[in-house]
Design a protein around this ligand. Structure first.
Ligand SMILES: NC(=O)c1ccc[n+]([C@@H]2O[C@H](COP(=O)([O-])OP(=O)(O)OC[C@H]3O[C@@H](n4cnc5c(N)ncnc54)[C@H](O)[C@@H]3O)[C@@H](O)[C@H]2O)c1
Length: 248
């Protein structure tokens, strides 16, 4: 129980997409003792995940939050304060993943603004909104969900996640006076739901030749959220079966 008495917010944790990493993260933090605010643009999905966690005996609430809306972000933080007294941990997981975002030149200016708003700017706004509560509780931890795509050519997605790695460094510096640490996780592709042919292509690029699973990321997440990583700040850790290492 490394996160006992802590309160965590996980964005994009409704599991409405294909990867579902936020759901696994929310369950993992709860099983380490944290009370969890499950936030997602799909409010019903967020409530379902919160109910699952509560059904397993932990504390959780579901909140509808579009991370590009400052009103929604404020309401998400207020929900954490109302339900559990404040915020200690923020996991900025919500993100627009590959698909059309893997191209740069085909996207319109509006689409560019959309991906940057969700993947790069929203984590800053969520951090800003949580900082005051964290400060009054003596500090906090922020984990930004990057991607090994930041190191591999994947169009606008690469740009947004590489910029997010920069955000992690900048926030680690700017929030250090409030004892708030900021680190990042850069996962490889979780292949479970991909077509077999695509899985084989990805495995050939990894040095660990087995498919990655969301559970592979949990140890790192809990480490970054806990006091075990208290001497670590501003870092983004790649965890991708050794793929990025051989790609560049
Ligand atoms: N799945 C992977 O293989 C993988 C690999 C590396 C990094 N990532 C990153 O992990 C994160 C989660 O990925 P995933 O594959 O689990 O995604 P997913 O599509 O399964 O889940 C994303 C969730 O975010 C929510 N969401 C989308 N826009 C939102 C918004 N504006 N506000 C709030 N919630 C919003 C969706 O409803 C969905 O529930 C993303 O940041 C992604 O870039 C995923």
């Amino acid at each position: 129980m490394r996160l006992e008495n802590k309160v965590a917010i996980v964005t994009g944790a409704g599991g409405a997409g294909v990867g579902g990493l936020g759901v696994v993260y929310a369950h993992a933090l709860a099983s380490e003792g944290a009370a969890v605010v499950v936030a997602d643009i799909d409010g019903e999905a967020a409530s379902r995940v919160a109910d699952e966690i509560a059904g397993a005996g932990a504390r959780a609430v579901g909140v509808r939050c579009d991370v590009t809306s400052s009103d929604d972000i404020d309401a998400m933080v207020q929900a954490a304060i109302d339900a559990f007294g404040g915020v200690d941990i923020l996991v900025n997981n919500a993100g627009l993943a590959r698909g059309k975002w893997s191209e740069a030149v085909i996207l319109s200016a509006e689409e560019w603004m959309e991906i940057l708003a969700v993947n790069t700017v929203a984590p800053i706004m969520c951090a800003k909104a949580c900082a005051e509560s964290m400060r009054t509780r003596g500090g906090g931890v922020i984990v930004n969900q990057s991607s090994n795509g930041a190191l591999i050519d994947a169009g606008a997605y690469t740009v947004s996640k590489l910029a997010l790695n920069g955000v992690t460094k900048v926030l680690a510096d700017e929030l250090s006076g409030d004892n708030i640490r900021v680190n990042g996780i850069a996962p490889g592709v979780m292949t479970a739901k991909l077509p077999e042919e695509q899985v084989q292509r990805l495995l050939a690029r990894q040095t660990v030749r087995r498919p990655g699973e969301p559970q592979d990321l949990v140890g790192l997440l809990v480490f970054l959220c806990s006091a075990e990583s208290s001497f670590m700040n501003g870092q983004t850790v790649v965890i991708d079966g050794g793929m990025a290492r051989i790609t560049k």
